[in-house]
Design a binder for this molecule. Sequence first.
Ligand code: FAD
Length: 470
Amino acid sequence: MASYELAVIGSGPAGRRAAIQAAKLGRSVVVIENRLRVGGVSVHTGTIPSKTLRETVLNLSGWRERGFYGLSYRVKKDIEGKDLGARLRMTLDHEIEVLEHQFARNGVKTIGGVARFRDPNRLAVTDAAGETTEVEAARIVIAVGTRPFRPPHIPFNEETIVDSDTLVSNLRVPRSLTVIGAGVIGIEYATIFSALDVPVTLVEPRERFLEFVDREIIEEFQHDLRKRGVNFRIGCKLDHVEMGQDGKPVALLSDGRQIKSDMLLYAAGRIGATDGLGLDACGITPDDRGRLTVDPRTFQTSVPHIYAAGDVIGFPSLASTSMEQGRIAACHAFNAHMPPAPDFFPYGIYSVPEMSMVGLTEDEARARKISYESGIARFRETSRGHIMGLESGMMKLLFELGTRKLLGVHILGEGATELIHIGQAVLNLGGTLDYFVENTFNYPTLAEAYKIAALDAFNRMPAAASKAAS
Ligand SMILES: Cc1cc2nc3c(=O)[nH]c(=O)nc-3n(C[C@H](O)[C@H](O)[C@H](O)COP(=O)(O)OP(=O)(O)OC[C@H]3O[C@@H](n4cnc5c(N)ncnc54)[C@H](O)[C@@H]3O)c2cc1C
């Protein structure tokens, strides 16, 4: 039986980063992956496919140029599934090649097959041909991620009723789309297809969606989408789905309304991929959504030499945070020094328009009884915004009264997911409003919005709180 210092189950962002980190610490590492190729959900059905699709849609539809040339402007007139698929395949092949090379360069062994615990240190790995081998490891990282939640009463057929996996494996541009679930995935796909002028209806049972995003940003976002013709059915539950006589899905809602569309995307949640892991053989119990509980500082499960990282441990379920969790788990497993994690990490939502945020929202600042002032900049107030023909886009900064410390950054619009990192650096370094007021920014840039928003907050602050910035 092959024996390793670390076995990692799953080659997504968490598993990959744990494996590479352990290899860099000089440890023998094996990664077990049940897909044909490495990369996980992130590369095959999640992050990279959805972001490539978004980029392709924005380019082919001429979306970024419509502010100047009008709503009917197109780079390519009839955009079909095959136009979207071509770029996707090229991007995925390239990503996988980079990953395979990274594993090989660092001496990480990979085994294809489904891993299952035999006992707390032994895994049975069954490959596609049904052959089973055993792997023994002193430490194990469970990084198996999640899969879409597919309730039995939804008649998925992978053509007109799809989840986020089958949407990308069978790409087509529907004539109309119903999206069930206004979480990050539902919102991203709803707005990507809306940018292709597909009529979209979004159904969400909660009264508010993306509750972790600042309320004002969501209001602005929703206003933008309504102007574009996206229909919201907020506060409505999906009761069931029927097939119309023409073969099109009809969503029947709890309030009696019906939505007929060419395609229905069910994006209401994901569950941990732990059911086939044989966790009872090592004494770990998942929750009712298949997720595992860990010590948030070390990522150890209830069995100290078995770690879990990435989406399988739940919120925030991002590729970015999963990578960091995998790295911390590997460092802890092999007693490597770890500096404390920064206080705040950014969220990026690649909707059209995109959103990004770091730090506190207004609601959170109020709940913590922090006195604050906010400042807002509109992208159309910047010269770069004029040059780019931007009609929408905003940045909102929150500063603590008294200390003038930056508390939160909230951005909606072009470049939000890149721009956020300026705010993230200032926030995690404990910077204040003065940083933005006193520093020179490249001109013309969208980053100038930081200065405009900071000055806006400064102008609203009581004289005592704002005096140092004058
Ligand atoms: C549509 C979509 C869009 C997204 N967009 C973004 C984004 O823009 N930015 C962002 O940061 N995040 C995004 N995410 C989230 C991101 O993809 C996940 O956070 C990330 O993939 C989680 O990484 P992971 O390592 O936990 O697991 P995964 O990437 O899920 O990989 C786990 C791997 O383990 C394998 N596996 C499972 N069980 C076993 C077993 N028993 N034996 C062997 N192998 C097994 C799985 O097949 C899979 O390949 C998106 C997700 C989706 C679905």
